[in-house]
Design a protein around this ligand. Structure first.
Ligand SMILES: O=C(O)CC1=CCC(=O)O1
Length: 260
């Protein structure tokens, strides 16, 4: 599968699924790779051509010096689409991937069909949390924050029932290049998409996790209420709802994307 050049940064991209079908682009959360979408792939590839990629600073993509920005991530996604010669995609992003989706729908509206924004926010009322996260990672590395982060990603109940999944998610987080992770935290600290949202024309589904403490339901509602016509669904999950509540997540996303 191709490595695609986005303004000098090689990005790891995979394309799978139905040839000639409509295209769905999936966009990861902070500290994860395209592997985070495994619970979706069987269902989604039956309907769509599915693009996944590792964000710059993550997975098999390159790690240019930071800080990064949500605009930079949006332009990376556009570089992927240009390289693959794809004009328009449906977008589904979890957390940081949802932030990139908001930026794209506002700044490159011709490239985004329907928009799924899962477990995400348009701004942080207290951006200092990202300064604290940066300091903690600089001091202890990702291993030092991993248990705290995973506790936000997946509920205790889910982790108890699925220790292998929790272990794989933790390994994925800890394997993230520290420089890439920190450069993404800078993008989160600077995040403010509030003024972009009223101009979004893409049909939008907001997905919230009932137990999500990183981007609680109130943050999802802040997005839903700003995007004209957007709807919202709540699944029983913490932050990484596509893993913790894969069945309901897949049903909600596929139902929304395939409805006329
Ligand atoms: O990883 C976290 O702690 C939560 C998060 C914020 C943005 C994102 O993508 O994940």
């Amino acid at each position: 599968m191709p490595m695609i050049d986005a303004d000098g940064c090689l990005l790891n991209v995979t394309v799978e699924g139905r040839d000639g079908g409509p295209t769905l682009m999936l966009s990861n959360s902070l500290g994860s790779t395209l592997q985070m979408w495994e619970p979706q792939m069987r269902a989604f590839t039956q309907v769509f051509r599915v693009i996944r990629y590792d964000r710059r600073g993550h997975g098999k993509s390159q790690v240019p010096p930071g800080p990064y920005s949500i605009e930079r991530f949006g332009r990376d996604a556009l570089a992927i689409l240009d390289d693959l010669n794809i004009e328009k995609v449906h977008w589904c992003g979890v957390s940081m991937g949802g932030m990139v989706g908001q930026w794209l729908a506002a700044h490159a509206p011709g490239r985004i069909g329907k928009l799924v924004l899962a477990n995400t926010t348009c701004y942080y009322p207290d951006p200092a949390i990202w300064g604290a996260r940066i300091k903690a990672v600089q001091e202890t590395g990702l291993a030092g924050i991993a248990d705290m982060v995973i506790a936000g990603w997946l509920t205790q109940e889910f982790r108890d029932r699925n220790p292998d999944v929790a272990d794989r998610m933790k390994a994925m987080l800890v394997a993230t290049p520290v420089e890439g992770y920190l450069a993404c935290c800078e993008a989160l600290r600077a995040l403010d998409l509030r003024e972009d949202l009223p101009g979004i024309k893409s049909p939008t589904l907001v997905v919230a996790g009932r137990y999500d403490k990183s981007t609680p339901i109130a943050m999802a509602e802040a997005i839903r209420s700003r995007i004209p016509g957007a709807s919202m669904t709540i699944v029983d999950a913490a932050h990484i709802s596509n893993v913790e509540a894969a069945g309901p997540f897949n049903d909600a996303v596929l139902g929304f994307l395939t409805q006329r």
